[in-house]
Design a binder for this molecule. Structure first.
Ligand code: DGY
Length: 328
């Protein structure tokens, strides 16, 4: 008799091909409405499923994990970031956690470059005047932005995405500087002509653009606090396609309003969609709704990764993208 299929609960709508394949392989419950699960729905799903497929909109903390059923053995996150999951507690309770790294690297790096260009070249003003129909024609002194080429880009977090940003930025003539927990391999530094800064503070005071590409962990929460932000040049720009929690958003907003920073391109916010209204009002910001990895191809590849992680687990092996607390 064939082994019973694993019961899998998926908390959000996924691309159709991914849902179809999940249905073929597992005893799957899909979320047809795409409404994020309430905490109660999440707790109930964790009681009845062998495998939960959450996304970054599901906060899976110690209290929720304490209510999980004995059946729950794998949380196969649909997404690379796993800061919404208490991996340490999951591990203590014998629940594996996996994610989907690698497949959203290029899309996120593309979006980082798009934000650098958008904020430095004043897309917001340009779009606004075109959409309002008020454009009166070309003028030598209108819409002057800041040249991108030749500037110093500081990359905070030189993992896969940071390196992909550096490759693109180099092609735009930017000089690459970076701060990372660990210095990257000398071959990568040589390829990117990248300067390593052991001290984040020192790097901050020297760069013209800062790109945040590190994950949100207890160590990076508000890494860019008011003190560090004040080290930056008044003419500097910040771009964030990682997680909003890395910046103290209130301090940052105050500084942008006071002209103590030149501008910001942000795809992520400290409180998700609850964006500080003062940030939205500013002329020198370009804000996007967490769409850095949002391509059709990327979302399907993320689903394929989830399926491989569950399938490998079902076959009695460790999921290839298992995350462990030491990665925090
Ligand atoms: C992730 O996968 O963590 C991304 O932030 C989703 O865009």
């Amino acid at each position: 008799m064939p082994a019973p299929k694993l019961s899998v609960v998926v908390t959000r709508r996924l691309p159709e091909v991914v849902e179809t394949r999940l249905k073929e392989l597992f005893d799957v419950e899909l979320n047809e409405t795409d409404e994020p699960f309430t905490r109660g729905q999440l707790a109930a799903a964790m009681q009845r499923a062998d495998v939960l497929v959450p996304t970054l909109t599901d906060v899976i903390d110690a209290a929720l994990l304490a209510q999980a059923g004995d059946k729950l053995k794998l949380i196969a996150n649909y997404g690379a970031g796993f800061d919404h999951i208490d991996v340490q507690t999951a591990r203590q309770r014998g629940i594996l956690v996996s994610n989907t790294p690698g497949v959203l690297t290029d899309d996120t790096a593309d979006m980082t470059m798009a934000l650098i260009l958008a904020v430095m070249r004043g897309f917001k003003k340009g779009l606004h005047i075109m959409e309002s129909g008020e454009w009166g024609g070309w003028s030598p002194t209108a819409f002057l932005g800041s040249r991108v080429g030749g500037k110093r880009l500081g990359i905070l977090g030189m993992g896969r995405i940071g390196q992909a940003v550096a490759r693109r930025a180099k092609a735009f003539g930017l000089q690459i500087h970076y701060h990372n927990r660990k210095r990257v391999h000398p071959d990568i530094e040589a390829e990117l002509e990248a300067t390593y800064w052991e001290s984040l503070d020192q790097m901050l005071s020297r760069v013209d653009i800062l790109s945040i590409n590190c994950p949100h962990t207890p160590a990076t929460y508000h890494l860019l606090n008011a003190r560090r932000l004040k080290l930056m040049k008044k003419t500097a720009y910040i771009v964030n396609t990682s997680r909003g929690e890395v910046i103290d958003e209130n301090a940052f907003t105050r500084m942008l309003r006071a002209g103590e920073l030149a501008g910001a391109g942000l795809d992520v916010f400290e409180k998700g969609p609850d964006v500080n209204p003062r940030l939205r009002e500013l002329e020198n910001t370009v804000l996007l709704p967490h769409m850095g990895s949002a391509t059709e191809e990327g979302r399907i590849e993320m689903g394929e990764k989830v399926i491989i992680n569950i399938k490998t687990f079902a076959d009695g092996h460790r999921p290839p993208d298992q995350v462990v607390p030491s990665m925090l």
